[in-house]
Design a protein around this ligand. Structure first.
Ligand code: MN
Length: 441
């Protein structure tokens, strides 16, 4: 151990201070490889079960194992009093409902229990065997009971690309776009966890070349690379939110794939926006990375010009330096091939602004609401977050290793999204969200 003391601070207070759970120097007695998404600085929440004990419960990912919080709560090692049985549940909603102070104190307690120099759990073999579950033995479930799902459209690059394709360069952005985070109310009923197969949707198709629509399987099936905000606190109907209030309501983030049927969308969206083209499936990653764990990666977003109206103004940087990868594996390929690498930091409207805007008319927010960021594209060509953009509406198909070409997704294609914040010697990651396309019946 380095026994140096900083000049002027060589007293007991320094030695006894409790390190913050985000401290890059923290280490766990659980082995964590350097490129693991789940070091002790992360501690994301998820819901899991095992063949030996099939009841759903809440756990935290650390390295390749899951810390069973229901066991810890039962042993009295985590006290979220006055509530009890908060972690012996099929979602994190009951825990989220306890509020940001409890989120923070619980994370600090879990961090302390997992530290390399804390013998409490480390040296208790019997307890460890019950509380630490190999991730490979566990089934991961949808982490939240989704109350409502809203999808935004907040990447300027994405909105511009789509606008150029369909309206031309001069009218790419609609006049309202720079004044508010555009969104629509989606479906909570079909939000599914990573690994769930996605059946090709059916719908009304009317390509411009035909007079009347037909009802048939979608021919232009797409993904959208997004982040999802998990809302952990409610807001009152009729109320508005300050920046600080909106931020405090955000429990954490997940990776989100907003599957999209472009041909269904093109015919149905006039004049009320997307409906069934987006409602058949939305996939999210199984681990909710807390807002607190992302704190060290906070960055300033793009300059907003014109200045947002007063109710949408933000005083602090609310974007995150979060790298994102999309890979596609067509049938016959052994490995998924990367087709997009971008960053969450490019988003024009921040999650905090989306939440402020969402509540601004008087719309109540609920514990378990999920807000999709909107497709995340960046300024470069390899940073496009949907096949619509990557293949430029089918005119430039992407070529995959092995020779397969894709303008849109085909049956059997598997799509994998990953995301992580790179720290110094560690990364705070999200794992992955995967979905494979199943044929329409
Ligand atoms: Mn979307």
């Amino acid at each position: 151990m380095d026994a140096r003391v900083e000049p002027g601070h060589g007293d007991l207070r320094l030695e006894n201070r409790v390190p913050h759970p985000n401290d890059p120097k923290l280490r766990s007695f659980v082995e964590v490889s350097q490129n693991s998404d789940f070091p002790i600085q992360n501690l994301p929440y998820g819901v899991f079960s095992t063949p030996a004990y099939p009841a759903l419960r809440v756990g935290v990912a650390i390295g390749d194992v899951i810390l069973d919080l229901a066991v810890l709560e039962n042993e009295g090692l985590i006290d979220v009093s006055p509530a009890y049985g908060v972690f012996a549940q099929g979602s994190v909603n009951a825990f989220m409902a306890l509020g940001p102070k409890v989120w923070s104190s619980t994370r600090a307690k879990i961090s302390e229990l997992l530290r390399h120099d804390n013998p409490h759990l480390r040296d208790n073999k019997e307890l460890r065997s019950r509380a630490l579950v190999p991730m490979a033995d566990a089934k991961l479930h949808l982490p939240i009971a989704v109350s409502g799902y809203t999808d935004f459209y907040s990447s300027r690059e994405h909105a511009t690309n789509v606008g150029v394709m369909f309206r031309g360069k001069d009218n790419a952005l609609q006049p309202n776009w720079l004044y508010m985070p555009i969104g629509y109310n989606g479906r909570a009923s079909t939000v599914v966890v990573s690994g769930t197969g996605v059946k090709r949707p059916r719908g009304q198709l009317k390509p411009p070349t035909v007079e009347v629509p037909s009802f048939a399987p979608c021919k232009r099936l797409d993904f959208e690379l997004e982040m999802g905000v998990v809302v952990g606190q409610p807001s009152a109907m009729g109320g508005m939110l300050t920046e600080a209030q909106a931020e405090e309501m955000i429990f954490g983030f997940v990776l989100l794939n907003d599957w999209s049927a472009r041909d269904i969308q093109q015919w149905e969206y006039v004049p009320l926006g997307p409906f069934l083209a987006k409602a058949f499936a939305t996939s999210i990653s199984p681990w909710v990375v807390t807002r607190e764990a992302l704190e060290p990666f906070r960055v300033q977003g793009p300059e907003q010009d014109p200045a947002p109206l007063a109710y949408l103004r933000q005083g602090k940087p609310n974007n995150f330096d979060l790298e994102l990868d999309v890979a596609l594996r067509a049938a016959g390929m052994n490995e998924p091939a990367r087709i997009c690498h971008t960053n969450f930091k490019y988003m024009y409207w921040s999650s905090v602004q989306q939440l402020m805007h969402h509540a601004s008319s008087g719309c109540a927010m609920n514990v378990g609401d999920l807000l999709g960021s909107g497709t995340i594209s960046g300024p470069e060509k390899n940073q496009r977050g949907s096949l619509l953009e990557i293949s430029w509406n089918g005119t430039e198909p992407v070529e995959l290793p092995g020779g397969a070409k894709r303008s849109f997704l085909e049956d059997g294609d598997s799509l994998v999204m990953r995301g992580w914040c790179q720290g110094d010697g560690y990364r705070v990651g999200f794992g992955e969200v995967e979905g494979t396309i199943l044929p329409a019946e």
